[in-house]
Design a protein around this ligand. Structure first.
Ligand code: IPM
Ligand code: MG
Length: 377
């Protein structure tokens, strides 16, 4: 009999979301049963189909219900039938903000047999961890657009950490279209994500972290980041090297193994983590987690890829590795390791028949999961 049970919310979402999430869940269940705990899934239908049918995106009642779950497993949102941004902001970003998931964790490492687009120097490792701030910067949702040239926009933002209220007005000149978007950085917002990055670095045995910045052009917000991150890191006895985002992209492509834990403001973290996903072999192995002090969420970095939905081409490994992060977050580290081990031993043994199609094989979403399930020890 299982001694422990976790209640996990699941939003499979759109496109390839449902196939990768339901398939990955099979491996998580197998690992759970080996480690003597059980998983109860609570499925939510949110996504494009549900929105088109009901006109509802993500009701408050569901958010309240999810709050009592142990974690949330999410596939992907986005669908060509729905205007870009509606589901992304309405589901994904709403969840991140509602549950104040201030860390977006995105490991990028080399997995066996996964072809890389670059050469890694012999004897060097490629194992970075992006700790992206997830609730501030240009993602706070303050902005406006004008068709007439004149802009008068109410600014309103209510967060646990602070609130903003006011108005901005501007004149682009009659009939000139224009838009603006504002970013925010707060000291507690920077400190908490930096603390997380330092603890992760310590756990990995690193003595420094790298901050992605851009203070040469945007000194207020990113100069502030540099100052606060340095101070917080010194409290954790961690050194900080600072690199502007453009230079960071350049160096990442040339020598990714030079980087360990990278802490990043929201938008730079978004960009740099996709770059790293590409460098580590593709979105098919890029896992992600949105972590906060209440409900945390686990989602692959990839989107809904509607063009390959239902074809069996989707690589389920990114969703599965995100599920492994979820098990680790629940404290089930042994089960998390067994999933990661199973992925690695599957990939090591894989040949052109069963390697995921993304890596040049003929393995389908289903055959890849079936083979990984057999490797759970
Ligand atoms: C991501 C995505 C989202 C983001 C989009 C879909 C809003 O790109 O999770 O990285 O920008 O955070
Ligand atoms: Mg992104």
């Amino acid at each position: 009999m299982n001694s422990k049970k976790y209640t996990l919310a699941r939003i499979p979402g759109d496109g390839i979301g449902p196939e990768v999430i339901y398939e990955a869940s099979k491996v998580l269940e197998a690992a759970a049963s080996k480690s003597n705990f059980a998983i109860e899934w609570i499925d939510y239908p949110f996504g494009a189909d549900y929105y088109l049918r009901t006109n509802e995106i993500l009701p408050d009642s569901a958010l309240k219900e999810m709050a009592s779950c142990d974690a949330l497993f999410l596939g992907a949102v986005g669908d060509p039938r729905v205007k870009p941004g509606i589901l992304e902001r309405g589901i994904l970003l709403t969840l991140r903000f509602y549950f104040d998931q201030y860390v977006n964790l995105r490991p990028a490492k080399r997995y066996p047999k996964v072809p890389l687009p670059i050469q890694i120097e012999a004897g060097k490792e490629f194992n970075t961890l992006v700790v992206r701030e997830n609730t501030e910067d240009f993602y706070v949702g303050i902005g406006g657009i004008t068709e007439t040239g004149y802009i008068k926009e109410k600014l309103e933002l209510q967060r646990n950490l602070y609130s903003f209220k006011g108005q901005i007005s501007g004149n682009f000149n009659t009939k000139t279209r224009g838009a603006f978007q504002m970013g925010i950085a707060s000291e507690p917002g920077i400190r908490r994500v930096t603390t997380y990055a330092c603890k992760e670095a310590e756990r990995r045995g690193d003595s420094s972290i790298t901050l992605v910045s851009k203070s040469n052009a945007l000194p207020q917000m990113y100069g502030f980041w540099e100052e606060v991150t340095r101070d917080e890191a010194s409290i954790h006895n961690m050194k900080v090297s600072i690199m502007n985002v453009d230079a960071m992209c350049y160096h990442l492509v040339r020598n990714p193994s030079a980087f360990n834990v990278i802490v990043a403001p929201n938008m730079f973290g978004d960009i740099v983590s996709d770059l790293l996903a590409g460098l580590s072999g593709g979105l098919g192995v890029a896992a992600g987690a949105d972590i906060g002090d209440s409900l945390s969420m686990f989602e692959p970095i990839h989107g809904s890829a509607p063009d390959i939905a239902g074809t069996g081409k989707a690589n389920p490994i990114a969703a599965l590795l995100s599920g492994a992060l979820m098990l680790a977050h629940l404290g089930e580290r042994e089960a998390a390791h067994s999933v990661e081990r199973a992925v690695c031993s599957f990939l090591e043994k894989a040949d052109s028949r069963n390697l995921p199609m993304e890596f040049g094989g003929n393995g389908t979403t289903f055959s890849v999961i079936e083979a990984i399930c057999k490797q759970i020890d």
